[in-house]
Design a protein around this ligand. Structure first.
Ligand code: HEC
Length: 153
């Protein structure tokens, strides 16, 4: 009898776990869909107004604080090809050539806000998908401005 009860609880527990996993899955799916909306077609004018507004208030000298706050170096390690994420060394030049005719600043914006829109060859879609709802406009502008300088590492 006691045995049977224990089995009953195990079934209950498994059912409860299944529901929890399902809820997580749905939440994840929903936030992913939110992340992918707003992707603009590749063109020379993509994201133009938004990026201009961000860069108008940006100061690359302040980017380091934001970069640390959001943990970018956990994947983007200074100067190293580590197989986890591409290095930022020389990124300003590469950014201009990633998605022609999209200019470098618009590409950098898209890479951070919609990382799934374009994947750098050899890397998975593992970049954090929700920076768009976490990083402030000031921080985002500072980071893009910094990545556009030859100092980016
Ligand atoms: C969990 C690991 C991870 C974190 C954290 C991360 N990234 Fe990335 N990032 C990647 C990967 C992997 C790629 C390459 C795949 C792709 O294109 O999305 C990438 C690509 C990029 C690119 C395009 C690089 C290129 O050479 O074209 C930029 C720009 C970028 N990330 C900026 C950032 C910024 C800014 C932060 C912090 C706010 C950040 N990333 C945090 C993993 C990460």
């Amino acid at each position: 009898m006691a045995q049977k009860n224990r089995l009953g609880w195990a079934v209950y527990l498994a059912g409860a776990l299944l529901i929890v996993v399902l809820v997580f899955f749905l939440v994840e799916l929903f936030s992913f869909n939110q992340g992918s909306s707003g992707i603009e077609p590749v063109s020379s004018g993509a994201y133009r107004d938004r990026v201009d507004a961000l860069l108008a208030i940006a100061d690359p000298a302040n980017a380091e604080a934001a970069i640390q706050r959001y943990g970018c170096p956990a994947c983007h390690r200074a100067g190293a090809e580590n197989g986890i994420a591409p290095s930022w060394e020389g990124i300003a030049e590469r950014a201009a050539e990633r998605r022609p005719p999209m200019p470098a600043d618009a590409y950098l914006y898209e890479s951070i806000i919609h990382p799934e829109a374009y994947l750098v060859e050899g890397y998975p879609n593992s970049m954090v998908p929700n920076f768009g709802s976490r990083v402030s406009d000031q921080e985002l502008g500072d980071i893009i401005a910094y990545l556009l300088t030859p100092d980016a590492r």
